[in-house]
Write a protein that binds this ligand. Structure first.
Ligand code: HEM
Length: 495
């Protein structure tokens, strides 16, 4: 009203005429935005087919519940490679093992980028490691992380011993529940993140460190929010940021809080550092910043240090924690798989433990859609043209339920990873850590952790649900799939 009044004075016209001018202007603006949006929604020439998108929002609504299942179903109609429109963002979805391998391995360079989506731009400016664009910054950060994980972690003889120590803290804390029902989520999260913490900071955090717990909690809330409908909406229409409501606000608030906390712990653990004599990832990173100080194109910076530390903490914690929580849930569900207590024949039984964990990773799909990729140049796949910078989703769930490679994929069966003599067998279409240039760099660590935590747990306890309770197996949706909170009883096995 005030604006219309001022316009009327300015243009020396009546109030009614000013209303008319302003209304027409608004209609022109909206029409322009609509035409621009519809143009953005046009499928590029030679692009794979896909379900018909709605005007403006495209296929976003279809992703509201179980997007990985929706995408697998769509691939049965449109083919292993099909397209979606995420509100003007042309997206290609890869389904089933064959096409995922064709793209991520046979055209590894072309499928190694990350999409410049507004959400990621805002959170990490496409720097750091996990979200970094494919180029020098990513190469430098990946190399430093891989070397640090080897040097301060899996490559060290004493590291297995350090994980075993954490396993002991973990089972002792479970023992405190004395066989009574408890939700293992917090304990597993703390124990698992401590293994990454040893590499990053050379330190573990006590299970009653509420500050650290709070940081992990809001960080993992963000992993969930990052795959919510709001996140897709924000990526398509970043101007919704001005709205005084919406889940994106929570996301940004959490991120800001996490970065302040990370800044503090980075400063704390850098104290007492000796140059070129790193004790952990932080020290090694600070050495890199100093070494590259004269190079204007270098990617190492205080800001990217915080981003990469955050990404390593959450990528290591959220995934491995959920895998162990699913494993515990399925053990209580299938007591026959838990079997009798491992004893002298432990060694012989190890392939079975391994098979159980592999089947949990296949069946439960901790990261069902991988981490979004993008094309780094124009690509040609099965006759379809995919332009540079197209968003690419790898449906890893569809790989693990690919009937060509798995018989009865809907059945939980560790035996599929064993041969007739009980030896462990690898399966080609087992891709929980994805493939190609950006495949998970924490794979060796995750496997070591899962094996040690799970076998220590099963050696000391048998797991049951509280009498008369069978928890839901429906996952909670997000970038990762996690079980809904459940209570379990851990009863000490007879020694
Ligand atoms: C069961 C445990 C884990 C699973 C299922 C898992 C799965 C994945 C998947 C699917 C990706 C996406 C790869 C792609 O872009 O195609 C990924 C990337 C990544 N993971 Fe893991 N992960 C696990 C544990 C870990 C651990 C323990 C760490 C480190 C502490 C870690 C660090 C990373 C990083 C840094 C990336 C990004 C790599 C890049 O962009 O170059 N992950 N992970």
């Amino acid at each position: 009203m005030v604006l219309t009044g001022r316009l009327a004075v300015l243009l020396k016209v009546s109030y009614g005429q000013a209303c008319l001018y302003l209304g027409s202007l608004l209609i022109i603006l909206l029409s322009f935005l609509l035409v621009r949006q519809l143009a953005k929604q046009r499928r590029p020439r030679g692009f794979p087919p896909g379900p018909t998108p709605l005007p403006v929002i495209g296929n976003i609504l279809s992703l509201a519940s179980e997007p990985h299942v929706y995408m697998k179903k769509q691939s049965e109609i449109h083919g292993q490679i099909f397209s979606l429109d995420l509100g003007g963002i042309s997206t290609v979805v890869l389904n089933g093992y064959d096409v995922v391998k064709e793209c991520l391995v046979h055209q590894s360079d072309l499928f190694a980028d990350r999409p410049s989506l507004p959400l990621f731009e805002k959170m990490t400016k496409m720097g750091g490691l996990l979200n970094a664009k494919y180029g020098r910054g990513w190469i430098e950060h990946r190399k430093l992380a891989v070397n640090s994980f080897r040097f301060f972690g899996t490559g060290q003889k004493t590291f297995e011993h350090k994980i075993s120590e954490e396993c002991m803290f973990f089972v002792d804390a479970i023992d405190e529940h004395k066989g009574k029902p408890f939700d293992p989520k917090l304990l597993v999260t703390n124990a698992v993140s401590n293994v990454t913490n040893l590499i990053l900071f050379g330190n573990r955090f006590a299970y009653d460190d509420h500050e650290f717990q709070h940081m992990i909690e809001i960080f993992s809330e963000n992993v969930e929010l990052a795959a919510s409908g709001w996140a897709f909406l924000y990526n398509a229409f970043p101007w919704i940021e001005i709205l005084p409501f919406g889940k994106h606000r929570k996301l940004f608030h959490n991120a800001a809080e996490v970065y302040v906390f990370l800044q503090q712990i980075v400063e704390r653990f850098a104290q007492g550092r000796t140059r070129q004599s790193p004790r952990h990832y932080i020290d090694a990173y600070l050495d890199e910043i100093e070494q590259s100080a004269g190079d204007p194109a270098a990617s190492f910076s205080q800001e990217n240090l915080i981003f990469s530390v955050g990404e390593l903490i959450i990528a290591g914690t959220e995934t491995t924690t959920n895998a162990i929580r699913w494993a515990m849930l399925y053990m209580a569900l299938y007591p026959s798989v838990q079997g009798r207590p491992p004893a002298l024949e432990d060694r012989l039984r190890m392939p079975y433990v391994e098979a159980v964990l592999y089947e949990v990773l296949r069946f439960c799909n901790v990261v069902p859609l991988g981490i979004f990729r993008a094309t780094s140049g124009d690509a040609l796949v099965r006759g379809y043209s995919i332009p540079r910078s197209t968003l690419v989703i790898t449906n890893l769930y569809s790989v693990h339920f690919d009937e060509k490679y798995w018989s009865h994929p809907e059945v939980f069966s560790p035996e599929r990873f064993l041969d007739g003599n009980g030896n462990f067998v690898r399966r080609e279409a087992f891709l929980p850590f994805s493939l190609g240039r950006r495949h998970c760099l924490g794979e060796p660590l995750a496997k070591m952790e899962m094996f040690l935590f799970f076998s220590t747990l099963m050696q000391r306890f048998s797991l049951q649900f509280p009498p008369g309770v069978v928890p839901s197996l429906t996952p909670k949706l997000g970038m990762t799939l996690q079980p809904l909170p459940y209570a379990i009883c851990a009863t000490r096995r007879q020694q």
